[in-house]
Design a protein around this ligand. Structure first.
Ligand SMILES: NC(=O)c1ccc[n+]([C@@H]2O[C@H](COP(=O)([O-])OP(=O)(O)OC[C@H]3O[C@@H](n4cnc5c(N)ncnc54)[C@H](OP(=O)(O)O)[C@@H]3O)[C@@H](O)[C@H]2O)c1
Length: 259
């Protein structure tokens, strides 16, 4: 660890693709070891072949015992984790009228319980050391309930709330907490979305913004800023304005009725 390299050991979940993968590449050279986790061990091996300090630690974040074993293995092999970025996530488009119970359960298990399992493994260790930095990747979809997001948005809203709880409780123990709320980013997660994605970012640019926020130890890290600020406004407008906006511009009713 040095002034230019604030972390010795970083751990990223959801690092086999998208934002997590790009962050691992950017961290190479900034941390002594970057432990990368996801289920696809082949993709993690490919990533490790590209980056000198990247170390694969395959993992299904929904398996609580496996998460504990994984953290143990990372710390035994590379040393104490200074930075933990929880980016593993699953998105399923769902028309709320359909109520796909399996999709909702999967969203909760991966997006929410996956983070909880990781926290359960890492927080006691960071507390004992009185140091550490945890970043939870949520989403602007957690700001307010958006159409077709019923299997996803509620899990991200829960993460936003969880990060707020943790920040005040962990700071006195020397642990920084960051909440990452991306807008639309071009990754395998969004590639098949059948709707327009305003201000869509490249995954490398998203990871660059994420790294900058981590280096500055910001609480909420957002990108792309303009689009996320617009979404933040929807948090404070009255409900009737919010629902008018959603039916007019997100559901496209106004455009259809005009056409
Ligand atoms: N892309 C966007 O527009 C956007 C916007 C807002 C927020 N986000 C959030 O950003 C994070 C990264 O998403 P992304 O866009 O980079 O998507 P992505 O490319 O699909 O990455 C998702 C990652 O999560 C991993 N993952 C999924 N289920 C897992 C499990 N059970 N255990 C361990 N790893 C698992 C995937 O790897 P394996 O399949 O190999 O396990 C993959 O590495 C997610 O939390 C997502 O919700 C994305």
């Amino acid at each position: 660890m040095s002034a230019s390299n604030p972390w010795n050991v970083a751990w990223i979940t959801g690092a086999s693709s998208g934002i997590g993968r790009e962050l691992a590449i950017l961290l190479d050279g900034k941390a002594e070891a970057i432990a990368v986790s996801a289920r696809s061990s082949d993709k993690l091996e490919e990533l490790a072949a590209l980056a000198r300090n990247v170390k694969p630690h395959p993992l299904d974040v929904t398996n609580e015992a496996a998460v504990e074993r994984c953290v143990d293995a990372i710390e035994t092999e590379h040393g104490p984790i200074d930075l933990a970025v929880f980016s593993a996530g699953a998105w399923t488009i769902m028309n709320a009228g359909e109520i796909d119970v399996a999709a909702i359960r999967r969203g909760i298990e991966v997006n929410y319980m996956g983070v909880v399992n990781a926290l359960a493994a890492i927080v006691p260790r960071m507390k004992r050391r009185g140091a550490g930095h945890i970043a939870i990747v949520a989403s602007i979809a957690g700001y307010r309930g958006l159409p077709r997001s019923a299997a996803y948005g509620p899990t991200k809203a829960a993460l936003i709330n969880l990060a707020e709880s943790l920040k005040s409780e962990l700071e006195p123990h020397g642990i920084a907490v960051s909440l990452v709320n991306p807008g639309f980013v071009d990754t395998p997660m969004t590639r098949d979305n059948p709707f327009p994605m305003p201000s869509l970012m490249k995954a490398e640019d998203a990871a660059r913004q994420l790294l900058l926020g981590l280096e500055r130890r910001r609480y909420e890290i957002i990108f792309p800023r303009g689009f996320v600020y617009a979404l933040k406004l929807l948090q404070i407008v009255p409900n009737r304005v919010f629902f008018w906006y959603v039916s007019s511009f997100v559901m496209g009713r106004r455009r259809r009725s005009r056409g």
